[in-house]
Design a protein around this ligand. Structure first.
Ligand code: GNR
Ligand code: NI
Length: 167
């Protein structure tokens, strides 16, 4: 097991579009274990492979307080969505920045589990928000990129300033 390095915005590699996983192997499962370990260590409620510079459609999520409800989504697809909600989001690739994003309130997702078995999940609330946030990562999109150019430039300035002060 290993803790993986998380790419930090505005790293261009976060804009890579992930590829479909053609075959789920022991190597895929080892990556999933490392992604879960990394997510729990941070801690975060979700992690997309894109964030650890692996450009395959793999997501891990655990929104439980007890950290014992790991969900794995390989090649996820949203097959239905309904409603709208504005939720305050954060991201392990954009630490210290929080803000609202408008998302579907409820979604249905189709994916494969770590054994390659297909499943369908209806999600709402925080799980639905997190799934949409992670699926955006797989498409190369970071949550702050929903915001205005002005707000994004403020985010970049803040991150730059912080980097200067911690170097
Ligand atoms: O840990 C995380 N918390 C969170 C809170 C609100 C909306 C989305 C998230 S996902 C984030 C972890 C992360 O960056 N996943 O990509
Ligand atoms: Ni994120």
């Amino acid at each position: 097991m290993a803790i993986l390095k998380i790419l930090q915005y505005p790293d261009e590699r976060l804009h890579t579009v992930a590829e479909t996983v053609p075959e789920i192997t022991d190597k895929t499962r080892a990556l999933i274990r490392d992604m879960a370990e990394t997510m729990y260590a941070e801690p975060g409620i979700g992690l997309a492979a894109t964030q650890v510079d692996i450009h395959q459609r793999i997501i891990v999520i655990d929104t439980s307080e007890t950290h014992d409800r790991l969900l794995v989504f390989i090649n996820p697809e949203i097959t239905a969505n309904s409603g709208k909600s504005d939720c305050e989001e954060g991201c392990l690739s954009v630490p210290g920045i929080y803000g609202k994003v408008r998302r579907a309130e409820a979604i249905t997702v189709k994916a494969l589990d770590s054994d390659g078995k297909p499943f369908v999940l209806d999600a709402s609330g925080l799980l639905a928000v997190c799934l949409q946030h992670e699926m955006d990562h797989l498409m190369g999109k970071v949550f702050v990129e929903y915001w205005s150019k002005l707000k994004q430039s403020r985010v970049l300035a803040k991150l730059k300033k912080r980097k200067r002060n911690t170097l």
